[in-house]
Ligand binder design. Structure first.
Ligand SMILES: NC(=O)c1ccc[n+]([C@@H]2O[C@H](COP(=O)([O-])OP(=O)(O)OC[C@H]3O[C@@H](n4cnc5c(N)ncnc54)[C@H](O)[C@@H]3O)[C@@H](O)[C@H]2O)c1
Length: 346
């Protein structure tokens, strides 16, 4: 039976990383559903945390600027929660290979801080962990189901996998009801637009709005599974409420492959005057290139009844409309990164 999202009414919800793209969209939806929301976010400059992301709900939530690596702080806020959405992370797989210890600190030790705080509180919070398709690393077959080998190609993928296993361990050993979602390539309103080290659809939208060409590696034939932010948020909500999700991992994507060039051409079509150009692979990016990636959604559809609803065309249109209106809150032409940057391809 499908879960009833009204179950969140009056419940206390903690969202780590709640000022970022996924976290703030989740926070807004939970406020709409009548939950008492606390957002805990470190507002670290290189990621997507933004006060503007929370501007529509700031009066109706508790906002705490704090780091998941701060054990005492985490204890305080975890103890009072019925649900914990665990989204705070170092998000860039590229940065993870350059600064392995920050990734370890946030994406592994930070996760243990949260889980230990849950255990110590004895409150059996429902925990939803945002994992990533990067745990699969080099892809051996498509569509990728949850039994696909875990061939991590980045420190980020390795630590996301470790964190999934921590969540599973606390579920089995201490009865903490946890679930992990392996998210494909999310995009949409409220994503950071400062750099291209994650979030390539958004980055292309920024370039196009700035009148810059979109540069693709090789012929742009690699396939990706792009998932719109509101669809990911619904997956988080359902996974938190459905008892069948406890102890599980699920893929969250759109379930079909779109070629990189096709995505770029869609952005170009919707922002007239944009050109798409090719560039040879650079060594660093080639190493972390996973091969085509398409999520197999059979497990999540069957077990908890979630399915995506927003097409790539509609999602890109909504995202463009959002940044046309709110661009000044996300980037400024004067402090722009080198606009032709081609790093980071998700
Ligand atoms: N964006 C992607 O490409 C992608 C893909 C798969 C999975 N995910 C995962 O989804 C989650 C949310 O990502 P997003 O796309 O919303 O990115 P985002 O950058 O918009 O949000 C991440 C948030 O976490 C916060 N944060 C980072 N380190 C923190 C710390 N130590 N303590 C407290 N807060 C901290 C940041 O300030 C930011 O607001 C992350 O766990 C990420 O790994 C993202």
């Amino acid at each position: 039976m499908a879960v009833n999202l009204d179950a969140f009414r009056g419940r206390r919800v903690l969202i780590t990383g709640g000022a970022g793209m996924l976290g703030s969209t989740l926070a807004e939806r939970l406020v709409e559903l009548g939950a008492k929301v606390t957002v805990l976010d470190g507002m670290l400059p290189q990621y997507g945390g933004s006060r503007f992301n929370l501007s529509g709900i700031v009066e109706r939530i508790t906002f705490v600027q704090g780091d998941i690596r701060d054990r005492a702080l985490v204890r305080t806020y975890v103890a009072g929660a019925d649900y914990l959405f665990n989204l705070a992370a170092q998000v860039s797989y590229i940065d993870s290979n350059g600064d392995v210890f920050t990734d370890l600190d946030v994406n592994a030790r930070g996760q243990l801080n949260l889980l230990e705080a849950c255990r110590e509180s004895g409150a059996h919070q429902r925990v939803v962990f945002s994992s990533s398709r990067f745990v699969y690393g080099r892809i051996e077959y498509n569509p990728v189901d949850e039994r696909h080998p875990l061939n991590c190609l980045s420190i980020y993928g390795i630590h996301k996998l470790a964190a999934e296993k921590y969540h599973r361990f606390y579920s089995e050993r201490y009865g903490l009801p946890t679930v992990s979602l392996r998210i494909a390539n999310p995009y949409g309103p409220r994503q950071q637009m400062k750099h291209s080290r994650y979030g390539i659809v958004n980055w292309f939208i920024r370039l196009a709005l700035d009148g810059e060409p979109l540069t693709i590696y090789g012929a742009g034939q690699q396939q990706r599974d792009y998932i719109y932010v509101s669809d990911v948020v619904e997956a988080f909500l359902i996974a938190a409420l459905d008892d069948r999700a406890v102890g599980q991992v699920y893929n969250v994507g759109c379930g079909s492959g779109v070629r990189f060039r096709e995505m770029a051409e869609l952005v170009a079509e919707m922002i007239p005057g944009t050109t798409v150009q090719e560039s040879p692979w650079n060594e660093g990016s080639y190493f972390v290139e996973t091969g085509d990636y398409i999520s197999d959604l059979t497990k999540i559809r069957k077990e908890i009844g979630w399915a995506p609803t927003v097409s790539l065309r509609d999602g890109i249109a909504k995202t463009i409309a959002f940044y046309r209106q709110h661009r000044a809150h996300y980037w400024s032409a004067l402090v722009s990164c080198k606009a032709s940057e081609t790093a980071g391809r998700g």
